[in-house]
Design a protein around this ligand. Sequence first.
Ligand code: FAD
Length: 455
Amino acid sequence: AAAVVWFRRDLRLGDHPALAASAARARRVVALFVLDDALLRPAGAPRRAFLAGCLRALDHDLGGRLLITRGDPTRVVPRVATEVGATSVHVSADTGPHGRERDTAVERALSGLGVKFVRTGSPYAVTPGRVVNAEGQPYRMFSAFYRAWLGHGWPAPAEVDASDVDWVEPSEVDISRASPEEPAAGGLPPAGERAALRRWHEFLADRIDDYGHDRDRPDRAGTSRLSAHLRWGCVHPRTLLHDLAERPGAGAAAFRAELAWREFFADVLWHRPDVARNNYDRRYDRYQYDSGADAEERFAAWTEGRTGYPLVDAGMRQLLAEGWMHNRVRMVVASFLVKDLHLPWRRGARHFLRHLVDADLASNQMNWQWVAGCGTDAAPYFRVFNPTTQAHRYDPAGDYVRRWVPELRAVPGKQAHTPWLLPGGPPAGYPLPIVDHAEERRVALSRFSALRDAS
Ligand code: FAD
């Protein structure tokens, strides 16, 4: 019998339980990827380019036997299964709201044809929904989740030898093949499984021990930059956790905790799919945001990186150029949108999802909510990031800012963080701050207090 392994967020061959399950069940296997325009249309160029790179790499590792086709998976997947006489379709479970609905629809269509839809594993070390407290309830705070998640544990990596599988040649399947669009995008990390593992091994060898303190410095290459690879499943987090288990030290522990945040937020979204749009803490539904022409102009200035606050502008420009932004800077720009410009976190989150190569609904929406104060473990409402203090602390020599804001290249040292204080004002082409941070902080705090007093 034949089987289909339908790749989605698992674009690799190693440590792939769904692939192992398909090979155990069938003699011949079709490797399928479906380009779904409904998902790709809103994606920015770096994101589409990175996906194309991952698919190219996977196809290469499969000896050119990745069948890529375009269309609605509820129609395409059953069609491919019928074409090759498959009795089962294998996937890693998608645990996001859209993926769950889509998979239920595909499962229904397949069952009408007598084909089994088999979910094995997920993009997480512990599949969302499995870590619950003694009452069977999900955790609401990260620290408690983290302890329980560590206690739950995960199996050893699933080894499959993909070269032992008898892959079906795509030309044997009568369906139109597609190739992903490859828009030009600079600054992307090399895509695919081999690149992910290379990056991970370099990071383990050179940087993990300093990760605990370097991870907050956007001016240094102190983080792994594996988020996009994790997003597309070029590497499974369990593989990383397995390697980390053999590394003592604070750096390895800090990295494990970051991976756990990713799992925690996926778990939150699994239990509360509505938080993709809604405030996790519904008391914040009454928080007063700004609207109108002024608000629109401020939003445009934020997206384009011309707020007059260099750290914010550097981050927003890096996002457009590379589809990535350092975590510290993500927090600063998010806080600036919500607490200095008084605009809804959802708008910022949407902009991020469009442009981030690592765009992930759970991590993105829940980090935004954390910053906005309405999420789990929310930052206390009175914590308003000061973009200048943050810049001095985490980009002390101004190097990060000068890298991304060319107008400030001639401004030396940390003066680049306060161009409005230069004797002649900001260099030509760079704006004065569009708002006064101290003043907007007061506005935000009074709106937060109004909310608290009312609840
Ligand atoms: P490293 O520091 O090397 O961390 C290793 C891995 O741990 C990351 O690749 C990521 O998978 C995970 N991780 C680290 N920090 C977090 C975190 N705070 N929350 C969840 N997982 C984390 N991350 C995304 O993957 N996709 C998003 O769409 C996303 N949106 C964000 C939006 C905002 C407003 C903020 C503040 C953070 C967001 N993050 C998101 C989390 C974090 O910024 C990125 O995961 C990180 O910057 C990726 O770089 P890295 O791989 O070098 O991270």
